[in-house]
Design a protein around this ligand. Structure first.
Ligand code: ADP
Ligand code: MG
Length: 255
């Protein structure tokens, strides 16, 4: 366990200055993930099915860690617990400055605002263009930005992902790979210190996948971001600092 440190104050945090993080979200060393004794079960009574068993894992700030393992082994479930998308049942997770167990829905939302999520089903709004998707995401952290940032940041990021021609397009006219890159841009637009990615390159061809991984890796190197990525793609393993494997709900190997 990490010794508590004073509540964080740096401006990069998307949390409003007031109210301060809840007691349950008391600050610990920022930028890391500390998982201990995590079990998880779906359903109740006869339908109850435990899918995670006693997981412990620690990620240092600035690490790029890959989580791999067979389909159905619990990877997405673990990611959703770390990302405050599901409530913890047993065990504890500290993510960045927050203890997640026992947080209210509202506090969980505040934690989520600080995380860049890249999920398999990109979840783009049909009605929004790529540009508007990024502007909307920026509004979650609007206090950081000038009016000019709202013009320039989306354009720059869209260009760096090689989808400039999709700037004013809506999802229905994009390819799967283009949609995936818009979703990646949305995850990165606020420079999150933590990026949680669930098979982010599954819809991309090899060149595109390499490009996206290089871009994510640059976040680690240049901005000290921490990435926890579920992937089956062995080519990505080479970019990672560590590869951990989950089998039947247990992190079985850390190599
Ligand atoms: P992975 O991402 O490794 O494929 P998941 O975390 O998605 O694994 O799933 C782990 C297990 O939990 C699987 O047996 C899956 O069927 C089950 N599961 C996942 N989501 C739900 C859900 N919403 N309700 C019930 N069972 C679920
Ligand atoms: Mg999954």
């Amino acid at each position: 366990m990490t010794a508590p440190t004073p509540a964080r104050t740096e401006g990069a945090g998307a949390l409003p200055a007031n109210p301060a993080p809840a007691e349950a979200g008391q600050a610990v060393a920022p930028g890391l993930i500390e998982i201990s004794g995590i079990d998880y079960a779906y359903g109740t009574g006869k339908a109850r099915k435990q899918v995670l068993f006693g997981n412990d894992l620690r990620l240092e700030a600035g690490e790029f860690v890959v989580l791999t393992g067979p389909s159905g082994s619990g990877k997405t479930t673990l990611l959703s617990l770390i990302g405050a998308l599901r409530s913890i049942q047993t065990g504890s997770i500290e993510v960045m400055s927050y203890r997640l167990a026992g947080l209210s829905q509202r506090r969980m939302e505040e934690v989520r605002r600080e995380i860049g999520f890249i999920f398999q089903d990109h979840n783009l709004f049909d009605a929004l263009t790529a540009y508007d998707t990024l502007r909307l995401a920026m509004r979650l952290c609007r206090e950081r930005y000038t009016r000019r940032d709202f013009e320039t940041r989306p354009t720059r990021l869209i260009e760096s992902l090689d989808i400039a021609e999709q700037t004013h397009a809506k999802p229905k006219s994009m390819s799967t790979g283009q949609k995936q890159r818009v979703a990646i841009a949305r995850a990165l637009i606020n420079d999150p210190k933590l990026i949680l990615a669930d098979e982010p390159t599954a819809a991309l061809d090899k060149n595109r996948a390499d490009h996206v991984i290089a871009l994510l890796k640059a976040r680690v190197v240049e901005q000290g971001a921490t990435i926890f990525m579920v992937t089956h793609d062995p080519r990505i393993f080479a970019f990672a600092d560590r590869v951990v494997e989950m089998v039947d709900g247990r992190i079985s190997r850390d190599r």
